[in-house]
Each structure stands twice: as structure tokens, then as C-alpha cells.
Design a protein around this ligand. Structure first.
Ligand SMILES: Cc1cc2nc3c(=O)[nH]c(=O)nc-3n(C[C@H](O)[C@H](O)[C@H](O)COP(=O)(O)O)c2cc1C
Length: 356
């Protein structure tokens, strides 16, 4: 590869991307009532569409998958219509965009859920985590109901259905959020999965739910439009995995034959665990690496074969023109953490571009 490795084109399955700068998924809690995206989302994503690939904020595939305030959904016609305007904006700017499907499982408060929504998990183990709710301020997470064996196929189908709707909404593909201690990772991890049936116990059993989701999504939209995000051994949201190589080796060995578009790997916060190396050992397709990269370290990661592309989250918040800044070596702006999750345009679409 000659020239700037960040600007070499890359194909993730059928998704052809102009460069290797990926916008990482970021929950920003700006959805309107009905969990629909708005004109603000069109502007926010449209302005960042010169990334090779934009990955949206975590988006619930069903009402049961919602846990936080003001997160968008992708299960109703109104939500499809609203997302279509976002994907249209990204495509009009020459970009590519996939939706991240995120089911929070037990990381939820009923105060943030619509009527009729359940809180489910592999086992009835409450997350020792608090979350913000618009209705009642900070709240403990609710104790989840353990999914019965008979209920699991319907949850898997929620993902597949949402993936089909994603294509109807104009997305180039979908990414399964299997990191950050949400429902898929709750199945993968022994302290949150106490099941004694085919979905619990040995690593291959703990991986089964995620593998079934991946098979279902790939069946729905084609594997060449499906990615998966993992972060081995991340304790975020009260999960604890003492054997990440075993867990993720099992998962990736089972997913590998599907031939998915990409694997998105977040660096492990545990120094002894090299998540990128685990990924390379068990998966031979394109890998997007994430966490803590800046321009030069991203170039180094691609040149050194650690990853094939690099995703940036926080740098994209305050730099709508991050791609240009990386290309031209311009300084990067910071961001205000107080407006990360607040409603409205402030701190979302009002960060300036660098002077021309
Ligand atoms: C405000 C914010 C919201 C986030 N929301 C999500 C999310 O919805 N899904 C997800 O997989 N990761 C989410 N993340 C994690 C980022 O995608 C990324 O892994 C992390 O910020 C590290 O990358 P960075 O160093 O480039 O910021 C979020 C991060 C931030 C800062």
C-alpha cells in the first residue's frame, strides 16, 4: 500500500468504502418520541458522510431492546421512514452507512422503556449499574427476566426482522452490537449467563445465541452486508469474563464460515488481553480496530496489519470534518461531555468545521 493508508479504498463484503476511516457507533440520545430519528440526525450523519463507513448509534431492534433515554428504534414503519432520510443524506454525500443493532438486555430501567416492553437477559441477574432516566433521574437497572428456551427464537427473529427493515430504510448493512455488556455479551459471559441449557456453560454454548443471531441476520440481508462488534474482556456494565480467548475464539470460529463483511474489534481494557490478536487468530476477513486511535496510530495499525481500517468515536463528536482534518494534518477539536446525551442541537450539530 503506497500513500496514506487511511485513504486507501476498502471493501467490507459488498460495501465498498472510499477510505479506511470509520465513524464508530455513538449513542447520542437525540431521538424524538416514538424512538424516531429527526432532521438533526440527517445533519449530524450527513456532515460526517466522508468517512469511508458511518456506523450509527446503537438502535433497538424491538421495544424490549431499549434501555436508555431517547435511543432510536428500527422496528416500526415511522422509524424506517425517518431513517430513510438519514441514509439518503449519507448516500447523497457519497458515503456508506450501516445501522448498529443494539439490544441492551438487562442494562435497562423501566422508566426508559415504552409500555409493554420487557427487560430480558440470559439469567435473572441484575446489573449493578445505574442509568439516567428522563422520568426519575438516576435509577438502578431493573432485575431482568430470564429468557425461557422457548422465547429465544423470537428474540433472534427480532434482530433478523430489524435487519430486513434496515435494508428497506436504505442502509448498506447492519452491525450486531455484541460488546459493552449488552444482551449478546450477557449470553457470552459466565457471570451474567448462569444457564444450564444449550445456551449456557461451555464457551460454545455461551456463544450459541450470538451465532444464531448472526446466522439469522445473514440469512435476512446477506452475510456480505453484516458486521459484528466485540470487545473481549471489557468489564463495562458489570460483566466479567476470565477466559476471553476461549469465549471469543469459540464465537469467531463459529461465525467465520458465514463470511461476514467485517469484524469490528474494540481494544480490551485488560492489558494482558490482546483483542486484536485474538480476532486475527480466529477470523480472516476485514477487521476494523477501535479505541483511542489518532491519525498516526491509526496509520500505523493499518500498515502493521493490526487492523484493515480504524474507527473513531470521540474525535468525530467535535470534528464534523474529521476526515479532512486527518487528511490535511489539521489540529483536532475537543468536545463538551455535558452535551453528549442531551436533547437538541447543542453539542450535536453545532461544532464548527476547521477554517478553509
Ligand atoms: C458518547 C458515546 C456513545 C457511545 N455509544 C456507543 C454505542 O451506541 N455503541 C457502541 O458499540 N459503542 C458506543 N460507544 C463506544 C465507541 O464506539 C468507542 O468504542 C469508544 O468511544 C472508543 O473509541 P474512541 O477512542 O475513538 O472514542 C460510545 C462512545 C461514546 C463516547
Amino acid at each position: 500500500m503506497t500513500g496514506d493508508p487511511l485513504f486507501a479504498p476498502i471493501n467490507f463484503g459488498e460495501i465498498s468504502c472510499a477510505n479506511r476511516i470509520v465513524m464508530a457507533p455513538m449513542t447520542r440520545s437525540r431521538a424524538a418520541p416514538g424512538d424516531v430519528v429527526t432532521g438533526l440526525h440527517q445533519q449530524y450523519y450527513g456532515e460526517r458522510a466522508d468517512a469511508g463507513l458511518v456506523i450509527t448509534e446503537g438502535t433497538q431492534p424491538s421495544i424490549h431492546g431499549k434501555g436508555y433515554c431517547r435511543t432510536p428504534g428500527l422496528h416500526e414503519q415511522s422509524q424506517i421512514d425517518a431513517w430513510r432520510a438519514v441514509t439518503g443524506r449519507v448516500h447523497a454525500a457519497g458515503g456508506r452507512v450501516v445501522v448498529q443493532l443494539m439490544h441492551v438486555g438487562r442494562v435497562a430501567s423501566r422508566h426508559n422503556k415504552p409500555p409493554g416492553a420487557r427487560t430480558v437477559a440470559p439469567s435473572a441477574v441484575r446489573a449493578s449499574v445505574q442509568m439516567y432516566t428522563d422520568a426519575a433521574g438516576m435509577q438502578d437497572c431493573d432485575e431482568p427476566e430470564a429468557l425461557t428456551l422457548a422465547e429465544i427464537p423470537a428474540v433472534v427473529e427480532e434482530y433478523a426482522h430489524s435487519a430486513r427493515l434496515a435494508r428497506a430504510a436504505g442502509f448498506d448493512g447492519v452491525e450486531l452490537h455484541a460488546a459493552s455488556g449488552y444482551l449478546p455479551m450477557q449470553f457470552l459471559t459466565a457471570n451474567t449467563n448462569l444457564r444450564r441449557d444449550a445456551y449456557g456453560g461451555a464457551a460454545a454454548n455461551r456463544a450459541r445465541f450470538v451465532v444464531e443471531i448472526m446466522e439469522a441476520i445473514c440469512g435476512a440481508v446477506g452475510a456480505s452486508r453484516v458486521g459484528m462488534r466485540i470487545c473481549p474482556a471489557n468489564p463495562f456494565n458489570d460483566v466479567e469474563d476470565p477466559e476471553p480467548e476461549l469465549t471469543y475464539g469459540s464465537l469467531l470460529d463459529a461465525v467465520a464460515p458465514l463470511g461476514i463483511a467485517y469484524l469490528h474489534v474494540v481494544r480490551s481494557p485488560r492489558r494482558a488481553v490482546d483483542a486484536f490478536a485474538i480476532a486475527r487468530r480466529h477470523y480472516s476477513g476485514p477487521i476494523i480496530v477501535n479505541d483511542g486511535f489518532h491519525g498516526d496510530s491509526a496509520r500505523e495499525a493499518i500498515r502493521g496489519g493490526v487492523g484493515d481500517a480504524v474507527s473513531f468515536a470521540r474525535h468525530f463528536i467535535g470534528n464534523p470534518d474529521l476526515v479532512r482534518r486527518l487528511r490535511d494534518g489539521l489540529p483536532l477539536a475537543g468536545f463538551d461531555r455535558h452535551t453528549l446525551y442531551t436533547p437538541g442541537p447543542h453539542g450535536y450539530v453545532d461544532y464548527p468545521r476547521a477554517p478553509a
